[in-house]
Structures are given as structure tokens and as C-alpha cells.
Design a protein around this ligand. Sequence first.
Ligand SMILES: C[S@@+](CC[C@H](N)C(=O)[O-])C[C@H]1O[C@@H](n2cnc3c(N)ncnc32)[C@H](O)[C@@H]1O
Length: 264
Amino acid sequence: MVTSERKLSRNYDRAAWFYETSSHIYSTGQIKVAKVSQLRFLQPGQRVLYLGVGAGEDALEAARMGLQVTCIDISQGMLQRLQRKLDRAGLTAELICCNAFDHCRYNHYDAVATNFFLNCFKRPMMQEMMKHAISLVKPGGRFFVADVSPPQGSLPARAFNLAYSKWAMALFWAMRLVPWHENYDYAAELRQQGMTVDDVSDFRLAKVGPIMFQSVAATKPVEVPATQAARRPHVLDVAPSSAAVTAAVDGPGQAPTAGGPTHA
Ligand SMILES: C[S@@+](CC[C@H](N)C(=O)[O-])C[C@H]1O[C@@H](n2cnc3c(N)ncnc32)[C@H](O)[C@@H]1O
């Protein structure tokens, strides 16, 4: 792992113990609801990939539902928490510690989820990562992203959305977890990348407040030929210095996963 990736993974290792709990408090539980709502599009036995899975509360539910779950994260600390949860529940999933750009099972997954992951990047890199994630989905397969919603509704609702999301972003930015960026309109981004947007579900703070979170489900058109992998960028947005491809690191409590840039 090169220096900037190591720094990023260390920053997320440090955040692993509080990340999910604080997101529950911050979102009044709606972040988890938004992520788990995606499971209604899937059937047991299907292959689903979680990119930037973190501590994996969504991946855990997917495994519980009988999906074949693969999880990627650059932070070993995050994956260790997920592994412990899987162990406690008697469930299994494939956990791979690497940079998501290095996972290259093209056209392989029935679904790829990028929940609260694409917001780790500034727009150009976010678009590259989205393109890469789409390249991993089978034609006809699904792409999911749950994240902070772009401001919408009345002026006070939009103002609240911005104020509430930006103080959280400021905190994460200060911890060097995310770069400063606007709240992305993922449905529009997905359409630009040739995806068919099937569903955009909004989630309100405490179920009744302003719209703060969104879950977008899209389908990869069948007629699109196997997409070329997005060229792997050489710079991570968050970390200050440049980065190149990393090797996979052995996941916690599991057999070593495929090393190097491709996981066949
Ligand atoms: C904001 S957290 C979201 C975690 C989880 N998806 C959730 O919804 O709780 C972003 C996660 O992406 C991981 N991450 C950031 N950049 C990554 C990269 N280039 N490759 C793989 N994982 C990355 C971080 O380690 C972190 O666990």
C-alpha cells in the first residue's frame, strides 16, 4: 500500500469504532434504513458487492438474506468490525482489504452498492469511481448508492439540508476522511453514465423532517458491451500525496484474499 492510501486507511481505522454509532445518532437511524431498503431489489443467491463497505451494517443484512456478499474496504479496522459481526451472526462474506479501484471483476456482480462511499471523493474522482463500480456490474444488474441527498424541497428545507450536511462534512474533513465537496446528485450522475435510474427514495430526518438522505437504484443496460475499466487515477482525493495501485491486504480472520490489482 502506498503512503497516501496507508494514511487514508489509518484515518478510517481510527474512525471505525464510532462511525456507525455516530451515523445512527446523526441520521436518527435513517442512514441504515436507506441502505437496507436496497435489499428489496435483490433475491437470495445473487452476488452483491459492497464498495467502501465500512463496518458493513448493510452487507450484514444482505448476508442474512442469503446473498453472496463481497465487501471491499481500504480500512482493515472497518473490515475487522464487520468480520466480528458476521462471526457473531454465524454468517459469511468475502472481505477484501484494498483500494476499490484495484478490484477488477468486470461484469461479475448482480448488484454493486456504493453507500456513503462515493462521497469520499471530489467530483472527477467520484465520477471515475462510479464508472469503475458500474464496470463491475453485470449487464442488466443493479447499482445502488445511498448517501446524503442534494438539497430539495422548500427554501427552509434546502437550507436545513445544507447546514446539517455541511457541519458533518466539516467534521469528517477535519479528520481527513473526506474532501470538501458539494452534495452530489447521484441520479443525474448515473444517467450521465448511461444507467437507467429505477428508483430514488428519500429519507427524512426522524421520518418527518427535511429530506436528508437518498437511496438511488439503477440498472446497467443489457445492450451496453462489457465496459472498459476506468483508467485507474493516480491520486486519491482525500490524501495529500499521490497514490498508485495497492496490494490487497489479508482480511481479518479469513484466508488471504487475492493480492494485486485484480481479484478474479
Ligand atoms: C464514509 S465511509 C462509509 C462506510 C459504509 N459504506 C457505510 O455506509 O457506513 C467510507 C468507507 O470507504 C472506505 N474507503 C475510502 N476510500 C476507499 C478506497 N479508495 N477504496 C476502498 N475503500 C475506501 C473507507 O475506509 C470507509 O470505510
